[in-house]
Design a binder for this molecule. Structure first.
Ligand SMILES: [Zn+2]
Length: 531
């Protein structure tokens, strides 16, 4: 395995958005040593690029690969897309920090998002999560955000109330330790209990702590439906008050009555920047989202966590109140419209279950699955929560193509897959196709130039997460790179969601090939990044 490599005859897309240029590139000791025409071999291992494109390795600015990086360190479906860095810990979900008391709650909480996890897969700190990844070895680089849920569970458990000043400072302390050790920032999940239970004072103190460490605040904001524009204002106000940089997670406007709101949302973000707020956003290139089944419930139903929810479901009266909250539009105009009332059971597809007895539902929508079982969709939802321990994953068909295109072609947009990896299920195809879809299909449809597509997958995210030596091909930068064909394309669809993409030839992390001739090499040169 040589640490001196010469790639000849590439079309170099440097990641800044500048047009490609034909050149050779030399890699030594994991870094780019030289870029220029007709470089001499000087004893290097030579790769003939054959006129293919060479770009910085893609950065998945938003994913939920926290757990699978421990279980499947080769991360084949990501490597095969040309991805070399994963940002995990999003939407308030991270595998750390935990206290003695919060460990079981955090384990259950995370399991509802990604399926059953072991007590040994929950960590007391960023440092021990990093140590576990390094011990196993990892093909890709990891950037990790601190999930607000883990902080809150550590200090308040599943209580639905404001934190006291003393509790706020304990959360701040806990957050500060992770950030000092190298976590990249804080992630909020303002629709997901217990993150959703925080008041503004709590959010502000945590954002201030994040800012004090020179890191960013990422947020799954409070609403992507009726309350989208107000929720963007809430996040912008938080960033402004804390003077913190921010990343708005997966910008979208869900449900037909809300289609057409994205141009206004983009204006809000531009106006905030004009006022000095350093905010940008990520989004995946698909018309459906994905989440856990508990997202169909109003946040207050999750007060007390999973055991308390199970008790509520066993009570017929509470169950009827829950049915109304889930299926009916509230007469209170201030109340948020329920997800089910907004998009309908037929647009909610069961994508993953933990209980093998429920496996046959995967791939069916709630309407069809309920009809096949001779029960109502609400009864099916209750059954899934009870028999699957709240661990059912769903795909939600809820977006508009004009909105999606407006978001994904805006200058502040970076690419994040938001993939929820769950082996053996029928997940959203974004985990297998996002990056080739952007570089291939959507670019060919005229959404952006290839160079601009690459910028959204490289330098923009590198800057946002403080990765000063990644995201651009320049001498001195880390040699994370992808070599791909003009014909690059995604293959995964909603019905065949785990097909690998085509057109990615070689992928290097720190100069080591993790994909060679379209095949995973099993090398694990990745590191957890952060300082
Ligand atoms: Zn999210």
């Amino acid at each position: 395995m040589s640490d001196h490599l010469l790639i000849r005859g590439a079309r170099i897309i440097d990641g800044t958005g500048a047009p490609w240029f034909a050149s050779d590139i030399r890699i030594r000791a994991g870094r780019i040593a030289d870029i220029g025409p007709s470089l001499p071999a000087d004893g290097a291992a030579v790769v003939d690029a054959g006129g293919r494109y060479l770009a910085p390795g893609f950065i998945d600015a938003h994913c939920h690969d926290d757990l699978i990086c421990l279980r499947e360190p080769d991360r084949i479906e990501k490597a095969m897309q040309g991805v070399t860095t994963l940002v995990v810990g999003n939407c308030s979900f991270s595998l750390y920090p935990r206290t003695q008391d919060s460990a079981e709650q955090l384990r259950q909480h995370f399991s509802t998002l990604l399926g059953e996890i072991d007590p040994g897969e929950i960590f007391d700190s960023f440092a021990s999560y990093r140590a576990a990844l390094h011990e196993r070895g990892i093909a890709l680089n990891i950037v990790s955000l601190v999930g607000h849920a883990a902080l809150r569970l550590s200090v308040l458990g599943y209580d639905r109330r404001a934190a006291t000043a003393e509790e706020r400072s304990r959360m701040q302390e806990l957050l500060a330790r992770q950030l000092r050790d190298g976590a990249a920032g804080l992630s909020l999940g303002l629709v997901y209990p217990p993150s959703a239970y925080a008041d503004q004072a709590e959010l502000l103190t945590l954002a201030q702590t994040t800012k004090a460490h020179g890191k960013l605040v990422a947020a799954h904001i409070r609403s992507y439906e009726d309350g989208l524009n107000a929720s963007i204002d809430e996040f912008i106000d938080l960033l402004k008050s804390a003077e913190a940089p921010g990343l708005l997670s997966h910008l979208q406007s869900a449900g037909r009555p809300n289609w057409g709101k994205i141009p206004k949302a983009l204006e809000q973000l531009e106006a905030a920047r004009l006022a000095g707020v350093d905010v940008s956003f990520d989004m995946y290139p698909y018309l459906a989202g994905s989440s856990y089944i508990l997202q169909l419930l109003p946040p207050e139903m999750l007060e007390g966590g999973l055991p308390s929810l199970m008790a509520k479901l066993a009570d017929p009266q509470t169950r009827e109140r829950m049915r109304q909250a889930v299926e009916e539009t509230s007469p209170d105009p201030q109340a948020a419209t329920s997800k089910v009332a907004l998009i309908g059971w037929g647009n909610i597809r069961i994508s993953g279950t933990s209980n093998p007895a429920l496996k046959s539902f995967e791939g069916l929508d709630m309407q069809a699955a309920a009809a096949a079982s001779g029960i109502t969709p609400f009864e099916l939802m209750v059954r899934l929560i009870q028999e699957d321990g709240g661990q059912t994953a769903i795909v939600l068909f809820q977006l508009d193509n004009d909105d999606l295109r407006a978001a994904c072609t805006h200058r502040l947009h970076m690419v994040g897959s938001d993939g929820l990896p769950r082996p053996g299920t029928k997940p959203h195809p974004r985990a297998y196709g996002t990056f080739p879809r952007v570089a291939g299909r959507l670019r060919r449809e005229g959404w952006f130039t290839l160079e601009d597509a690459v910028r959204r997958m490289t330098s923009l995210a590198a800057e946002r997460f403080g990765l000063a030596d990644r995201g651009v091909l320049r001498p001195g930068m880390a040699a994370d790179m992808v070599l791909f064909d003009e014909a690059i394309d995604d293959q995964a669809t909603f019905d065949t969601p785990t097909l690998l993409p085509t057109g990615v030839e070689h992928v290097w992390v720190a100069g080591q090939a993790i994909v060679e001739n379209g095949q995973s090499t099993g090398r694990r040169p990745g590191r957890v990044l952060g300082h």
